[in-house]
Ligand binder design. Sequence first.
Ligand SMILES: [Fe+2]
Ligand SMILES: [Fe+2]
Length: 147
Amino acid sequence: MKVTDRIKQEHDEVTKLFEQFEKRPTMKLVKQIKEVLDPHHYAEEETVFADVAKKSEQKAELVRNLKAEHEAIDLLFEDIFLMKVSDEMFEPKVYVLHEVIDHHLKEEEEVFFKHAEEVYSDAKLSSVTKDFDQAKSAYTPSKDEAN
Ligand SMILES: [Fe+2]
Ligand SMILES: [Fe+2]
């Protein structure tokens, strides 16, 4: 499987979890979304982002923007985990999180994937999937996130 297909597959998983959240908002679902995204973001940064950023300043700039979005998403999760589901700002905050994540996933699928396809040969596009999956398994949440 191409690494872009693996990434898309995980994006779709996140989208499905948000659909479930819309039907039944729970903190558990927000946690599940974070559990998919944390290793996913880590693996992107360790493998495809690093490879693509090396190729040109334009590509490096795109990768910096995507990393800044990963950080913004992390901060929103931190905010939400300080709240209770009964808090009147809980659902509005998750709505914003959803908007930011949607934007991020689209930017990767519509812009970053094109750059990755320029940088990698077809064979490499498939072989890098193994590195991506390995990076995901190597991901360990930092202490302050492990709650
Ligand atoms: Fe990402
Ligand atoms: Fe992604």
